[in-house]
Ligand binder design. Structure first.
Ligand SMILES: [Zn+2]
Length: 223
C-alpha cells in the first residue's frame, strides 16, 4: 500500500519543486530537511564526479567558503578518483548514490543493496571516514530497500527543494526561481554536477550562492 502510494505521489511530485508535507509524513524515516532555526542551507550535488563540472562546482563553493554534500555514483568515482579526492580534500561531505545509478523501483532488493554497498566500498577505500549518507537515484526506493539500508546504519537523505537543473525543458531563470523562492533555514537543495544539468547549473549555482549569502545564509554540509 505504502509502495503504491509512493508511486503515485512521486509521479505527482514531478511537478513539485518543494517537497510537500504529505510526503514527509508518509516517509518520516527519510531526511527531508535539517532542523534548525539558523540561516543555514544544505546544497547537495548528485551524479558526479564529472570532469570539469565537479571541479567548477568546487571552485564556486570555494569563493563563498561554502561546504556541500556530493552524492556520488560509484562508477564515476572509479573513473575519476582524482576529482573525488579533491572533493574530500576540500572538506565536503560524500554520500552514496549507488554504483550504477539504479532505479530502486525497477531493481530487486538484493541487487540494490549490493550495488549500494559496492559504491560504499569505492568511497571508503578513498576516504578515512565511513560513508553513511545515501540518496536513492530518482528518489525511487522501495520500502524494504530503505528499511535494510537504515538497518545498516545509512541515513536516507532526500530533499526539501529540487532545482530541476537536469530538465532541459525548463529555462535557467525558472530553475533559479525554483530554488530561491522556496529556501528556508535547513533546506536541503538538489543540484547535479552532471553534463545533463550543466546548462542550468552554470547559471543557477553562482546566483544561488550570491543571493543566499546576501540574505545572511551560510552553506553547510550534511554529516
Ligand atoms: Zn542521480
Amino acid at each position: 500500500m505504502r509502495y503504491l502510494l509512493a508511486h503515485f505521489l512521486f509521479l505527482k511530485m514531478r511537478f513539485f519543486v518543494k517537497t510537500n508535507w504529505f510526503i514527509r509524513i508518509i516517509f518520516p524515516n527519510y531526511i527531508w530537511k535539517i532542523q534548525t532555526n539558523e540561516k543555514k542551507v544544505f546544497l547537495t550535488f548528485d551524479d558526479g564526479p564529472t570532469p570539469e563540472i565537479t571541479e567548477w562546482v568546487l571552485a564556486q563553493l570555494n569563493k563563498y567558503n561554502a561546504k556541500a554534500t556530493f552524492f556520488c555514483i560509484g562508477d564515476n568515482i572509479k573513473k575519476h578518483p582524482e576529482i573525488f579526492q579533491k572533493t574530500i580534500s576540500e572538506n565536503h561531505s560524500i554520500g552514496n548514490h549507488t554504483y550504477n545509478h539504479l532505479n530502486g523501483w525497477k531493481t530487486n532488493t538484493k541487487d540494490y543493496i549490493e550495488n549500494v554497498n559496492l559504491c560504499s566500498s569505492e568511497i571508503n577505500n578513498l576516504q578515512s571516514t565511513i560513508c553513511n549518507l545515501f540518496r536513492p537515484p530518482y528518489g525511487k526506493i522501495k520500502f524494504l530497500q530503505a528499511k535494510k539500508l537504515i538497518r545498516e546504519n545509512y541515513k536516507i537523505i532526500m530533499w526539501d527543494i529540487i532545482s530541476y537543473d537536469f530538465d532541459k525543458t525548463i529555462s535557467k531563470e525558472k530553475c533559479l526561481e525554483n530554488v530561491l523562492s522556496n529556501v528556508v533555514p535547513g533546506s536541503i537543495i538538489v543540484f547535479h554536477d552532471s553534463n545533463k544539468a550543466w546548462q542550468n547549473l552554470e547559471y543557477v549555482l553562482p546566483k544561488t550562492l550570491d543571493f543566499l549569502k546576501k540574505k545572511g545564509y551560510s552553506f553547510e554540509k550534511i554529516d
